[in-house]
Unconditional design. Structure first.
Length: 398
């Protein structure tokens, strides 16, 4: 079988991989090939996320997430309008469940202002005008530029644009191994390249390690399960109702999201998994991933950095339906346990852990390697930030 040659090889056909491929093609007018192991692009996190376009509230000023999210939000909203993709543009409220959460709420307000996000601190009466069913203690944060899209429609549009612009997409093509300084073996034969960009999501660490990059990083999979809100529920949601998160925790907690088609989702949980693609039950679980998850969870529990134990116990409580309901009930007036219906397909978060510090990493992580660049932590808000994120990575490539 002949060796396929290209200037740039991108591994992974999610929103980040395809966006980077488009930017490489635009900037270098070169042959850009994207390989994707599935039969279509965006089958994992890019097509299974909540569709929320984040506004930049949560991220410390100066981090990559803070720098890229606001611009990404603006451009993704513009892109959806250009393509005729529906948006729910009713914003988001972040509510305090107890008075003890008010200092963190005000910290989010301060971060938002520092990052240039359009937000208002509102009292309980003003909250009723924005989200009549939301409940809070004292104050809430109104985030005006949060929006919601159908991520699968966005993904389909981005892929169509990439192909029209000359990006070559090879589906059903899985990366197998590195076979030389500028060549990889795939399920469809060998591909030689000038530069490789690793955007393999849940498997990005494995590919990086083959290049001796990021050896102290490991990806741990966490499944996010969503429920649907019964249409007859007394809880009527206009935009998004979020809790004040634990700012030490990369997960944002159970929230209500009204999608553009009118369906309201409630979630997600954050269940640690025994396999990187363990979407249902034990299907996809394996010994290597399971042992790694148990090992690092025990180490994280042992060190208890940033009060990890209390965070983890809070997440584990959401596994049961009753625990999940308690989380939802704290956010909205009129919620009843019977309001939850079986949800859409779950998604899996590719959460990076620094094995030296035994720490879950919150910010984006991109590492250079030999004739390669490795996107190792592209969790939320990567979907929102995908356009400026791609420009940033291609800037690193040179």
């Amino acid at each position: 079988m002949a060796v396929v040659k290209c200037d740039f090889l991108v591994i992974g056909g999610g929103v980040i991989g395809v966006s980077i491929a488009r930017e490489l093609r635009r900037r270098h007018h070169a042959k850009v090939v994207v390989i994707e192991k599935e039969s279509s692009a965006g089958q994992h996190a890019s097509g299974r996320n909540s569709g929320v376009l984040h506004a930049g509230v949560y991220y410390k000023t100066g981090t990559l997430k803070a720098r890229l999210c606001i611009e990404g939000n603006r451009r993704m909203r513009e892109y959806c309008r250009l393509k005729g993709i529906p948006l729910n543009d009713n914003g988001k409220v972040i509510v305090a469940r107890t008075a003890a959460e008010l200092p963190a709420l005000r910290e989010l307000h301060a971060r938002s202002l520092a990052n240039g996000v359009r937000v208002d601190l509102v009292d309980e009466q003003a909250l009723k005008e924005i989200e009549p069913c939301a409940k809070t203690v004292g104050q809430a944060l109104y985030v005006k530029d949060t929006a919601v899209v159908n991520p699968q429609r966005v993904m389909a549009a981005i892929v169509a644009d990439a192909i029209q612009e000359g990006v070559e997409l090879q589906l059903g093509c899985a990366w197998h191994s590195r076979t030389g300084v500028d060549c990889v073996k795939t399920s469809q034969g060998q591909i030689s390249y000038g530069h490789l960009v690793n955007c393999a999501g849940l498997f990005a660490d494995r590919i990086a390690h083959a290049f001796d990059v990021g050896l102290h990083y490991r990806i741990l999979p966490f499944r996010g399960q969503f429920y649907r809100l019964r249409p007859e529920s007394k809880v009527q949601v206009r935009g998004n109702i979020y809790p004040v998160p634990d700012l030490r925790n990369p997960f944002l907690g159970v929230h209500f999201t009204r999608r553009p088609d009118g369906e309201v989702t409630v979630g997600p949980s954050a269940l640690p998994l025994l396999g990187r693609e363990q979407y249902r039950g034990l299907t996809g679980a394996n010994a290597a991933d399971g042992l790694a998850m148990v090992k690092y969870l025990l180490r994280l529990f042992g060190r208890n950095r940033d009060h990890f134990r209390s965070i983890a116990l809070g997440e584990l409580a959401k596994i049961s339906r009753s625990g999940f309901c308690r989380e939802a009930e704290a956010l909205a007036v009129g919620f009843e346990p019977g309001d939850l219906l079986t949800g859409k397909e779950p998604g899996i978060r590719a959460q990076l852990v620094d094995t030296r510090k035994v720490e879950l990493l919150s910010d984006f992580v991109i590492e250079p390697g030999p004739r390669s660049t490795h996107v190792l932590n592209a969790v939320s808000p990567a979907f929102t930030s995908s356009a400026p994120f791609a420009e940033y990575v291609v800037g690193m490539v040179g």
